[in-house]
Design a protein around this ligand. Structure first.
Ligand code: GLC
Length: 522
């Protein structure tokens, strides 16, 4: 193992391409827009970007319904633009991770058009077809997971929208075609993949009914034992991993859909994926013992050769700053960012998280996301966390010269990259310093983690330790001044970073919602 491994020790930054930067004035972000901001990302200090889908798509699920896995949607650029982005990223030592949606395709994908056309065609068995609805399986986005196709007088299965039919991974030709997609991008030079809902690829061969349980939506009223996490997955992961390992330092992280941290750990490690997402943080309240419990649970499963990862925000959930911060104050957002970036595990940052972007609020008529349209007001969908990146205070936040596909947050005039670069105590500068500390101190990368207080009420404090270095991370989750843990009071520490501007030295009492990082004197 090298001393520094980008996907283990570095920081991965998720870009939702259509909302990052619009270079051609069509209201949608694009690949050249990303390339134009690589210097910004390099200054931020991140090690890799994960790009949400930019492939040709009819946009039923905003790019997660793909009609060609090996091309670029013209609205986002060309293959030439992609190659240029990749080369420019690599010049800056930024790795590129692609989002591959291999569980399903768009219903406009030529494979599905062919499969749907008749019962007798070379691709007739590439999707999951049945004469009658065989079971109680539900779609995540609402309604039954089976839709009738008159052309074949049969039903096809879709875990998500009707426009996203699931592929039949039991068919060896499908399996080969999907591995070819992976190979295509590896050969092109990409560094890794985020595998969309990978734990759904295989469904029970007998299509048995899922048992019932309590839950809100029909989908949640079932235990997903037959439509997810099937045993066939392991042999496939094995094959995929050996393919990845035949290239240098490539990486695959899986989106473990509806899965526990235990399950995520189970999918990770040698012969499996490099990592699988643990989303536990996204369910936690702003409370130190809640987060500590989550960290310890994960650290217990992710030991030895399984490397943990942490996520606070992504394109499917409310942004962390909207969940935890009060109004426009960034105190709480800085506390959770400091936590994310100092834990033992790969941190995933979501675009705009570094400037504390908040979710937008939308009227019902403005909702674009299909589950939001269906379940409003019970569930308002995922548009709110996908608003345009706020670069400056010009009209449309410097994202575009025309009205963007989703509204810009009204706070953009003050909350934007340009303004925060001018403010030494901004959340942007704080994030940059956190990332550079992580780079500078190996203890923050792979050092062991130990909690300093078992059941913290207000202050979460932990040590990150290698043989040579000890770092203390002290996070005050309360709105009051708090004293430092006696363990810290009794040794000699140097102050590395504080989110408060008024802290005198390493030992002064903690300010409300202060994040402080110390290094032990040697
Ligand atoms: C994943 C994606 C989500 C998408 C779904 C279906 O959960 O993160 O955005 O809607 O898969 O592809």
């Amino acid at each position: 193992m090298p001393d520094f491994l980008w996907w283990r020790d570095g920081v991965i930054y998720q870009i939702y391409p259509r909302s990052f930067a619009d270079s051609n004035g069509n209201g949608l972000g694009d690949l050249p827009g990303i390339t134009a901001h690589l210097d910004y990302l390099s200054d931020l200090g991140i090690d890799a970007i994960w790009l949400s889908p930019f492939y040709p798509t009819p946009d039923a699920d905003f790019g997660y319904d793909i009609s060609d896995h090996t091309d670029v949607d013209l609205r986002f650029g060309t293959m030439g633009d992609f190659d240029n982005l990749l080369a420019e990223a690599h010049k800056r030592n930024i790795r590129v991770v692609l989002d591959l949606v291999l569980n399903h395709t768009s219903d406009q994908h030529p494979w599905f058009l062919e499969s749907r056309a008749s019962r007798k065609n070379p691709k007739s068995d590439w999707y999951i077809w049945q004469d009658h609805i065989p079971n109680n399986w539900q779609s995540v986005f609402g309604g039954r997971a089976w839709t009738y196709a008159p052309e074949r007088e049969q039903y096809f299965y879709h875990m998500f929208l009707t426009e996203q039919p699931d592929l039949n991974w039991h068919n060896p030709e499908v399996r080969q075609a999907q591995l070819d997609v992976i190979r295509f991008w590896l050969e092109r030079g990409v560094d890794g993949f985020r595998l969309d809902v990978f734990n759904l690829y295989f469904k029970d061969a007998m299509l048995r009914n899922n048992p019932k349980k309590l839950g809100l939506r029909p989908f949640d009223q079932q235990r997903h034992i037959y439509d997810a996490d099937r045993p066939e997955m392991i042999a496939l992961l094995n094959e995929l991993r050996s393919m990845m390992d035949s290239y240098t330092e490539r990486y695959a992280v899986g989106e473990t859909f509806i899965a526990s941290p235990e399950k995520a750990a189970w999918y990770s490690g040698p012969g499996k994926l490099h990592a699988a997402f643990n989303f536990d943080f996204t369910f936690r309240r702003y409370n130190p013992s809640q987060f500590l419990e989550s960290i310890q649970r994960w650290d217990q499963f992710a030991s030895g050769e399984i490397w943990p990862n942490y996520v606070l925000s992504n394109h499917d959930i409310v942004r962390a700053a909207s969940r935890y911060a009060k109004g426009e104050d960034d105190g709480r957002a800085k506390v959770v960012l400091a936590m994310l970036l100092t834990l033992r595990g790969t941190p995933f940052l979501y675009y705009g998280e570094e400037i504390g972007m908040r979710d937008i609020s939308l009227k019902r008529s403005e909702i674009l996301d299909p589950p939001g349209q269906r379940y409003w007001p019970l569930y308002k969908g995922r548009d709110a966390c996908r608003s345009p990146m706020q670069w400056d205070d010009s009209p449309f936040a410097g994202f575009s010269t025309v009205k963007p596909w989703l509204p810009v947050h009204p706070n953009y005039a003050t909350r934007n990259v340009a303004a925060q670069l001018e403010q030494p105590d901004s959340i942007l500068h704080f994030t940059r310093r956190l990332i550079s500390l992580r780079k500078e101190y190996p203890a923050l990368q792979h050092g062991a983690i130990t909690a300093m207080t078992p059941k913290p009420r207000k202050v979460l404090a932990y040590l990150r330790k290698t043989h040579e270095q000890t770092i203390a991370v002290v996070l005050n989750f309360s709105g009051s001044k708090e004293s430092l843990d006696s363990a810290i009071q009794n040794s000699s520490w140097n102050l590395l970073l504080s989110s408060s501007t008024t802290v005198g030295n390493a030992r002064s009492p903690l300010e409300p919602h202060e994040a402080r990082i110390l290094v032990e004197e040697t």
